[in-house]
Every structure is written in C-alpha cells, then in structure tokens.
Design a protein around this ligand. Structure first.
Ligand SMILES: Cc1cc2nc3c(=O)[nH]c(=O)nc-3n(C[C@H](O)[C@H](O)[C@H](O)COP(=O)(O)OP(=O)(O)OC[C@H]3O[C@@H](n4cnc5c(N)ncnc54)[C@H](O)[C@@H]3O)c2cc1C
Ligand SMILES: Cc1cc2nc3c(=O)[nH]c(=O)nc-3n(C[C@H](O)[C@H](O)[C@H](O)COP(=O)(O)O)c2cc1C
Length: 779
C-alpha cells in the first residue's frame, strides 16, 4: 500500500509519523513545498487535554514537545492600564519551528520518506501519484488540491471581517495575555503568549475601519512592525516585534461538506479552520491526523471504510470547535462595542466570549476573580432604590427588572410555546396546569403561547384564542391564580398565523394543510409556505388589513380585562406580521412593500393601534425574527431599522428570536445561538432585549445578564422539562431574595441544604480537575 501526503505542516507530518510507525509495511511519502527549516509564524498553543492525547498517540513525540514548551495557568487581560488575572487554566506554548522539527525527526525515525522544496502541482495528482492508494491533502488553508476539487468537496470559504497579522517578539510573558490598546483610530488587540524562553507570539488584530484609518495597508512588513511596536511599546518593554511573512490578512473560515473524493482525503486546515482566538488550529490538525491514521491502520486497503470512519469520528468535534471559534471571533469583531464595558466587566466579557466559560465556570476556575467582578458589578446599585441588591448579591439572574410599572422578580421567562390542545380557542385544564405550575416553579415572567384574535388567525384548530367572553374568563382565572399565589408576571402573546395558518397540529404533520374545513389564509404576498403543498395565501388588501388591525386591538382589550401584566405582539417566525417584514415573503408594490421602512409599516401600524389601547403603565414587547437564515432575507441593517421604529413607537423590550420565515432556512444552531441578536439589538438600538434559544442552564443566564447581552432570558423547551427550573437555580446559588409560596416552605429548606452539599462536591471535583502542571517538566 502506498500513501502520498501533500503538505508538511503539523497535520501532514503527524499523520505520516503515526501511520508509518504502526504500519511499517505501508509506503508513506510526504511532499512539502518549503525547505525543512522554513516556517511561517512563531508559536502554537496546546491545552492539557491535547497533551494527554499526544502522550497516548506517540510518547516519543510527546516527550520531545514537552522539552520545548512554556507552560502557564493564568490568562491575563490588560486594558486601560488595568491588569486582570484569571487563574485556573492550563496551556502549553511551543515554537512552530520546534514542533515541525520534532515531527520531521520522528518521521525520519520511523521511515517516512520526506521531500522538501517539493511543491506538488495539481497535474501531478493524476500522473505522478497515479499509483498512490491514498493521497492525503494536508496543504493548509490555500491547498491547491482542495481548490481543484472544490465542488466535489463542497468547499465553502468565508473571509471574516477583522484584519490580523502574526508577529513574534523576544519579550517574555507571564501567561496568555490579551493586550487591548485604544488608538486614535480604534481598538487594537494583541493575543500574546510565550512559547519558549525569550520568545513570544504576538497575533495582532483590529477592525477593518481602524486598519484602514491607521494606514497599515500602505506600509511594508518592516514598517508595519515598527508602527505596531509603537502602539504596544509599554507592553513590549523595549523588545522588538519580529516579522516572518507577517502580512495583514483576513481569517478564512473553511468548511467542506465531504472530506474525501475518490482516493483523496482532506486533513487539517484545508478541510476546516477554527479561528485562532480560541487557539486550536494546530491541535485540531493533529487530532484529525491521529484519527485518520487510526482509521487507515484499522481498515487497511478498504479506503472508503477508512475515510468514513475518520469523518464519523471527527466531524462533530470539528463543527463544535468551529462554532465556538466563530462566536469568539465575533467578540473581537465587536471590540468597539465591548469597549463600552470597563474594568472587570470588560474582562468578564472577554473571558466568557466563547460559550464554554460561564459564570459558574469562572467561579470554579478563579473564585477571587469572580468576587472582584461581583463587587464592581453590584456597585451600580449603591445609592439607588434597589440598594439591597448590592448587599444581597443574588447573582445577575435573580435581580428584579422593572418595565413601566411591572416588576419581575428575576430574569427568567417562560418562552411562548404553543400547546396545540385548545378547543375552539378555549384554554383547557391542561393550560391552567401548564402555566400555573411554571409560575409556582418561580419563573419571573410567563409568555402565553401565540393566542389568536380571531378563529381564522389560528395556526391549527388547537391554538388558543381571545375573541370571546368565555376565553377571556378562562385566561382571567389563570392570571388571577398566578397573581394570588406567586410573584410571577404573565404576558399575553397575540399573533396571526398568516400564510402558515389552517394547518395540522405538528404531531399530525408539521406545517401540513388541514385535510378539511380549511379557512382562507392571508399574507403580505401570495407566496405559499411550502411550494406545491401549502395553500396559496390571499394578498392582504387595505380593508382586510384594517379588519385584522382592529381584531388585535379588541383582543388586546380582552387581555387587559383578563388582568395580563404585559402584551407581546408576535412579529416573528413567518406569521402574518412577520410576512411583511421579510423581503422573502413581502413582494408588494404598494406602500407596504419594497424598502424596510415600507415593509415594517403595517406591523408598526398594528403595534401603534394596540399600544394606544393598552394601559400606559403596562409594558409591551415585540417578538422578531432577527434574521431569516436564508439568502436574500432580512439583514442586520433591516433589523436595526425595525427595532428603532418599534422603540420610537413605545416598545419596552424586544424579544429576539430568528428564522422560520421560509421552509428552506439553514440556521446555525448551538448553545445560546440567538443571544448574539439580542446583544446586537441591545447595543446598537439601545433598548432592553430578551434572549431565547438553547439557553438551558442557570450559569448561561447569569453570564448573559452579567455581560449585558440581554435583560431577560426566555426558555422554552427547558421549561417543558422542568417547571421548577428557577427555584432549583435559586437553591444552587443560595439566593434568598425570591418569594416562596408558603406551601413549599419545607421543600425550600431541603433544596438549599442539598444544593450546598452538591456545590461542595462540585468544588472538590473542580479542584481535583484543575491544571496540575502534569505536563510541565519544570515542576
Ligand atoms: C495568526 C495565526 C495564529 C495561529 N495560532 C495558533 C495557535 O496559537 N495554536 C494553534 O494550535 N494553531 C494556531 N494557528 C493555526 C495553525 O497554524 C494551523 O491551524 C495549523 O498549522 C494547521 O496545520 P495544517 O497541517 O493543516 O496546515 P499548515 O500548517 O498550514 O501546513 C500546510 C503545509 O502544506 C504546504 N503546502 C501547501 N501546498 C502545497 C503543495 N502544493 N505542495 C507541497 N506542499 C504544500 C505548506 O507549505 C504548509 O507547510 C494559527 C494560525 C494563524 C494564521
Ligand atoms: C412546540 C413549540 C411551540 C412553540 N410555540 C411558540 C409560540 O406560540 N410563539 C412563539 O413566539 N414561539 C413559539 N415557539 C418558539 C419558542 O418560544 C422558542 O423561541 C424556541 O423553542 C427556542 O427556545 P428553546 O431553545 O428555549 O426551546 C415554539 C417552539 C416550540 C418547540
């Protein structure tokens, strides 16, 4: 068997070494266009866990790497003269040159044939490599092989916004340090770490606006280094910045639908990149090299089986890391906005940017840091009406929030979740039990499911309504129970299904039209939701628009009479009002179509009419699909225009959901995946927001609220699973400021006692799991 490896970076070399070592009978030959001692860049970073894997895969390589690296446990953030240290991390830095030389040496030891200064031209693949059983493409970001077969691999490359340059220095550093500097043109950040004695990596990045205004694009490599030395002169402490093909670039995010084509298999950066702000490119390339090598060793000549096993093992971890890296890089793209945060708040924001580091996680890593953050955080309440919060420090999740005259006791909301079991729009005993049990469970604010102002506004026969006296009374009974028994507040969500109406309950066929007794459906434009399946909606004319607007006002009046504390207008998920907002569903030629100002005209008219009726002292929210996850859909600029208009019309808080506009959407799901929209609206429009979507843990809520990404977190599915989510979280944090129904008092005592014991156990485990310097030779 013969394997040709194209590319002698960490990925290609590690694969060649591990494969040849275990299968000396296989001919493994590697081609690298550079000479053996050429390299770009300076250092690379590995975590403790990655080093554990290296130890398992090839102890000899591990030992050699270990001889060379610098080890640290502190992350340091420096900004505006404040140096904050967050302990409890475990990382090793190693020179890229040293790493490549170690891998080259090990390749030679085991008998890999290495060819340097040997660039592989794409034509050679079909000629010189015709006898190779496997061709491993480890050619990095610009791999010509991936380029040539781009369509077969389904390759997608997107350039990210910020500019960055990779430099080195002789300056020594204590730990991984982020240096943030404010220049006259904007914020510049240096991501720095020492990778061996007297050598450090300096990856410097900034926004395109700051880069352009600073004129860096007009400077030579050397001139750039001198200019950046000037920016970081205090931090460099007299040391120079060293260049090595140090050119400003935009980071390309690479994704491939398939990692193999015929006998060619992709490895490392050429198939998938993860932004270096989470420091994992080399680690990922080497972990994939180990997985590909295992698959080849185990499957021998059955290359199809080998490639499938490799992809099955690595695709999910790669996609998770890519997603985390994407979230992290967005934080750096938004540096100018985060700069509004000062002191430890800025540090908290930077540290918690990539989802895995949360409130609880920081508390376990470095309790002293979190304590400093909390002291600063609660300072803002001193001298205010809610000064008590500064003393009780309930964690951000358990701070009350006032909107007009409504005060909710904590920042947890139950998201609107259709139950599809109403009868003729009438809430059933199920609804009473469902909502009241969540209120008893301590949630701060409940949103009802989308409730419809008329029968023909419903999605399904099972949707709740608010067009009759009887419905009003049923809702009132629920509201009164909640008010009399708990401190939870309750909001009515009013919505009209539009083109998604007259369908079956999801259990009988999601979005499928009813088999009989259909009612006419309406939308901004006559475009069916599912081509050739859904009914074609009638384009709304002025008379019908007026009628629907009036029905919202009438239902709003009933909601007020039923005692609801708040009203939400559903303008999301492709329903009637949302169908006006998105260019994908609104193709009208009148004053309600075209520009975003026109498209939002009708939803705004409805909002204004309802707001005029709704009591002045009660708040209102609007739920929006912040984007359509589909080409040609709503843009972030559109979203800002919409939010500003609603803010001007008296909306108190924006509920930032997304998608469901078109059936062919392609959302990027993940933990807290829609929170960036809530944050964007809050920061750019200056209005409180509700974050929703895969927020499943109290520590995530604390992180989101503490970092001011949103003001409330709404949880849908987690509340289906656990009515007592909020009370349990209060027990976990030992928070005393929540009211507790007297009937539950004896349970409360047990909850707090057990939570305290659980926390002690967790702390003990985390102390044991802390970096033990196990990979550090110096200890
Ligand atoms: C600024 C920056 C900072 C980074 N910091 C870190 C970090 O701290 N930690 C970390 O783990 N990762 C970091 N990375 C990422 C890391 O450098 C890469 O993810 C890693 O090197 C990928 O390894 P690879 O083997 O896939 O590709 P590469 O290392 O890019 O190697 C590809 C090799 O293929 C060769 N080649 C290409 N085409 C041909 C051809 N036709 N014929 C022959 N040879 C060819 C190239 O010369 C190159 O040597 C950083 C990256 C950047 C850009
Ligand atoms: C079964 C179901 C019913 C839903 N009903 C509504 C609804 O009536 N109104 C609405 O705005 N969103 C509705 N949603 C969306 C949720 O409010 C929420 O945004 C979504 O479930 C994501 O949050 P989660 O990850 O916490 O579940 C529904 C979602 C599900 C799964």
């Amino acid at each position: 068997m013969k394997i040709s490896v194209v590319g002698g970076g960490p990925g290609g070399l590690y694969f060649a070494l591990l494969t040849k070592k275990r299968r000396p009978d296989i001919e493994v030959e590697l081609y690298e266009q550079n000479r053996a001692d050429d390299t770009f860049g300076f250092g690379v970073v590995f975590s403790d866990d990655t080093l554990d894997e290296f130890l398992g895969a090839d102890p000899e390589t591990y030992e050699l790497i270990r001889d060379h690296f610098a080890y640290w446990t502190d992350m340091i953030v420096e900004q505006r003269g404040l140096r904050s240290i967050v302990a409890g991390n475990g990382f090793a830095g190693c020179g890229r040159m040293a790493l490549l030389q170690i891998l080259q040496r090990r390749c030679k030891d085991v008998g890999v044939k290495l060819n340097f200064a040997a660039r592989v031209e794409i034509e050679q693949i079909e000629t010189d490599f015709a006898d190779s059983d496997i061709i491993v493409d480890a050619g990095g970001i610009n791999s010509p092989i991936r380029e040539r077969y781009s369509e077969n691999f389904g390759a997608e490359i997107t350039e990210t916004r910020n500019k960055f340059v990779w430099l080195g220095s002789t300056c020594s550093l204590d730990g991984f340090t982020f240096f943030f500097k404010e220049t006259e043109h904007g914020i510049i950040c240096a991501h720095t770490y020492q990778y061996e004695a007297g050598h450090s990596t300096w990856v410097i990045e900034t926004t395109p606006e700051c880069w352009l205004a600073s004129g860096y694009g007009d400077l030579s490599e050397e001139e750039n280094a001198r200019a950046l030395e000037d920016v970081f002169k205090d931090e460099l402490n007299g040391h120079p910045l060293i260049v090595n093909r140090s050119l400003w670039r935009n980071f390309p995010t690479i994704k491939c639908e398939s990692w193999h084509h015929k006998n060619i298999v992709l490895l490392g950066d050429c198939k998938a990149t993860a932004h270096w702000s989470i420091g994992s490119g080399t680690k990922l390339a080497m972990e994939c090299a180990a997985a590909l090598s295992d698959a080849v060793v185990q499957n021998g000549a059955n290359i199809e089986a080998a490639f499938s096993a490799y992809e099955a093992k690595r695709r999910t971890p790669i996609e998770i890391t890519q997603h985390n890296a994407q979230v992290s890089l967005r934080w750096f793209e938004n540096m100018p906005i985060h700069w509004n945060k000062t002191g430890e708040a800025f540090v908290f924001s930077c540290m918690s940017r990539a989802k895995s580091i949360t409130w609880d996680n920081l508390k376990l890593r470095d309790p002293a840091f979190l304590e400093k953050f909390e002291i600063e955080y609660y300072q803002r309440f001193i001298g205010t009406k809610t000064e008590g919060i500064a003393l009780s420090k309930p964690t951000p999740m358990f701070m009350p929030l006032s909107l007009r005259s409504m005060t909710i006791p904590n920042r947890v909301a139950m998201a609107p979740m259709a139950q599809y079991c109403a009868v003729d729009g009438m809430p059933q005993p199920w609804h009473f039990s469902h909502y009241s049990s969540r209120a008893v469970g301590g949630v701060g604010l409940i949103f009802t499911e989308m409730t419809c102002p008329t029968p023909d506004a419903r999605i399904t026969d099972g949707c709740t309504g608010l067009w009759s006296e009887a419905q009003q009374r049923a809702w009132q009974e629920l509201v009164e129970f909640i008010h009399n028994s708990t401190s939870t507040k309750i909001a009515m969500q009013l919505g009209h299904a539009g083109r998604k109406g007259s369908t079956k309950a999801p259990a009988d066929g999601m979005d499928m039209p009813k088999d009989s007794d259909n009612w006419p459906i309406y939308s901004a434009s006559p475009i069916p939701y599912i081509e050739d399946t859904s009914a074609i909606p009638i384009e709304l004319d002025q008379a019908k628009m007026d009628e629907i607007l009036n029905s919202f006002v009438q239902a709003g009046k009933r909601a007020d009479a039923a005692g609801f504390d708040m009203l939400e207008l559903h303008c999301a998920h492709g329903y009637l009002l949302a169908s006006f907002l998105s260019p994908l569903t609104n193709q009208r030629l009148d004053q309600y179509g075209g520009t975003i100002e026109n498209r939002l005209r009708y939803p705004l008219e409805v909002f204004k009419a309802v707001r005029a009726m709704w009591p002045e002292n009660k708040p209102m929210s609007v739920r929006l699909s912040s984007c359509d996850w589909a080409e040609g859909g709503l843009t972030l600029d559109d979203l800002e225009v919409i939010c500003k208009a609603f803010k001007g019309a008296g909306v108190d808080i924006i509920h930032a959901s997304s998608g469901e506009t078109v059936k062919w959407q392609k959302p990027t799901w993940g933990r807290m995946w829609q929170t960036p929209f809530a944050e964007h609206i809050k920061q750019h429009v200056g209005i409180p927001t509700i974050a929703v979507g895969d927020i499943t843990k109290p520590e995530q809520i604390n992180t989101i609220i503490a970092d001011e990404r949103a003001d409330i977190c709404a949880l849908g599915r987690p509340h289906l699973n656990d009515a007592f989510f909020t009370r349990k979280a209060a027990g976990h944090y030992g928070v005393e400021n929540q009211s507790w129904p007297s009937q539950l008092h004896s349970g409360r005592y047990q909850l707090f006692r057990e939570a305290e014991k659980d926390n002690e156990k967790l702390l003990d485990l985390s102390i044991k799991a802390r970096p033990d310097l196990r990979h550090d030779k110096k200890t």
